[in-house]
Design a protein around this ligand. Structure first.
Ligand SMILES: Nc1nc2c(ncn2[C@@H]2O[C@H](COP(=O)(O)OP(=O)(O)OP(=O)(O)O)[C@@H](O)[C@H]2O)c(=O)[nH]1
Ligand SMILES: [Mg+2]
Length: 455
């Protein structure tokens, strides 16, 4: 493996809790013989050696050189085959002080334990058949999830829902392939007739693959979130709306044009969608070089955004969009917000959303529109559906989808059966890669090296 060499024979350790001071920290240890080796460092070594799996024991970690106690700990024992990794494992509950944790690490190193690489515990779990690849990926997604819905979607994958669904699809393809191969054994012309062709099974598999593919945008949206930029001329109320969306006074608001000169980023959620929200420098011709730079950055942010809220001051008599605003307003990802409607005499532009960022009138409708636009017509989810999230899963599903479609086309074109069988095998291979049954080492390493250490 190019980046890390995961050697499953080593005894590995890592801090499983966050790196920092806390009341309690958890250090994970995994590897064959780890209980015996650890017992040599533990004050109650005999107890540990005889301990049943899933029991917890109090004692002290002793430095083998100085014979001094390093910390008072509770250690949980997991016997071979009954742990997260599938190997003999330990979980050390120690005091959550960095200096103390490092002292324990030193003692573990002296005993020949090795610091784990990112994702190495889950890699071992995968290699020992404790989880399939979709579940391993879900572990990382759970750790990293930024919203309740993202967390719940990943949890469903960890429970094996995606794996089960993939298996159901695979069964259909295997059934179809069996029929084809049987024909291949007996038919001389190698062309199958309508009555014998397993069209229903293939179509059923294809339908499921397609609907799973449809969930990608939504899975991505909830796991990665999106970028929403507030833009427009100066003094239109961008910072006021920014604060309203955040429910806090983050950005400076004033009647002076050009108050916001550099952009401000903040994280928030709308209906479970993680959002990076940007308040930006108002767009205008400016001679001030700092403001010019701010405006240049605004334009950069607009380019990279998923959604732009173009804020317009609708209280100005005869208000007209600048040429730059006109172009922006026409973009698909733009919502035009006509702000300051509380001032009366408003000129609300066609297709725009009227708002008073001051009184919050129109805010609910605007928020609903933002969510709708971000979801882009993807199927709604409350976190209970099975969705795919990773680009890798999408790629494999696409491969399966193409192969299934080809098999149906080739049948229509009355191509020989062995060509159809090749496509069905290709679909099976893609589905197998998805769950990790037939995945190359490079891909595995890529997936697991993106994990955090300790998982
Ligand atoms: N009456 C009224 N005043 C508003 C509203 N929204 C913002 N304002 C006022 O308009 C002025 C400008 O608001 P900001 O939020 O600072 O505007 P901005 O677009 O961020 O301005 P720049 O940072 O200069 O580009 C402030 O005095 C706000 O109190 C609104 O809905 N109604
Ligand atoms: Mg501002």
């Amino acid at each position: 493996m190019s980046r890390y060499t995961y050697d499953n024979n080593d005894i590995i350790y890592a801090l499983a809790s966050a790196w920092g001071n806390s009341p309690i920290a958890v250090i994970r240890v995994s590897g064959d013989g780890s209980i015996k080796k650890f017992s040599e460092l533990f004050s109650a070594s005999e107890t540990l050696l005889k301990a049943f799996s899933h029991t917890i024991h109090y004692g002290k970690i002793i430095d083998p050189d100085s014979k001094e106690a390093v910390d008072e700990i509770l250690v949980a024992i997991f016997r071979d085959g009954r742990s997260y990794t599938g190997q003999e494992s330990l979980e050390i509950n120690c005091h959550g002080n960095i200096i103390g944790i490092e002292a324990i690490f030193k003692v573990l190193e002296k005993q020949g334990f090795r610091s784990a690489y990112p994702g190495e515990f889950t890699f071992r779990a995968f290699m020992n058949g404790k989880v399939d690849l979709t579940q391993a990926e879900a572990v990382m997604e759970i750790v990293n999830s930024q919203s309740e819905i993202a967390h719940s979607l990943a949890l469903k994958r960890l429970e094996g829902n995606l794996f089960n669904l993939i298996n159901e699809i695979k069964i259909k393809v295997v059934d179809a392939l069996a029929v084809i191969e049987l024909q291949l054994d007996y038919e001389e012309d190698e062309i199958i007739d309508e009555t014998h062709f397993p069209k229903e099974a293939i179509e059923g598999a294809l339908k499921r693959v397609e609907s799973l593919l449809d969930t990608y945008t939504i899975g991505r949206l909830y796991s990665e979130g999106c970028r929403v930029v507030l833009a427009g001329s100066t003094n239109t109320g961008k910072s006021t709306l920014f604060n309203l969306l955040l429910k806090e006074e983050r950005s400076i608001v004033s009647e002076i044009h050009g108050t916001t000169r550099d952009y401000i980023e903040a994280k928030t959620h709308l209906e479970g969608i993680p959002i990076s929200l940007y308040d930006t420098a108002g767009l205008r011709d400016s001679k001030d070089s700092i403001e010019q730079e701010g405006i240049r950055r605004t334009r950069g942010l607009i380019k990279e955004s998923d959604l732009v809220l173009l804020v317009v001051d609708s209280s100005i008599d005869g208000y007209k969009l600048s040429p730059e605003e006109q172009i922006l307003a026409k973009e698909e990802k733009t919502i035009v917000v006509c702000n300051k409607t509380d001032l009366g005499n408003v000129a609300v532009l066609e297709g725009s959303y009227p708002l008073s960022a001051k009184t919050a009138e129109g805010f609910k409708t605007l928020k609903e529109e933002i969510v709708k636009r971000l979801q882009k017509g993807s199927p709604k989810t409350d976190g209970s559906t099975v969705v795919i999230e990773s680009a890798r899963q999408k790629k494999e599903l696409n491969r399966a989808c193409e192969a299934l479609k080809h098999s149906l086309e080739y049948f229509k074109e009355t191509l020989p059966l062995d060509i159809i069988a090749v496509e069905l095998n290709e679909a099976l291979d893609a589905l197998g890669s998805l769950s990790g049954e037939v995945t190359s080492e490079d891909i595995l390493e890529n997936i697991f090296s993106n994990f955090c250490v300790g998982k």
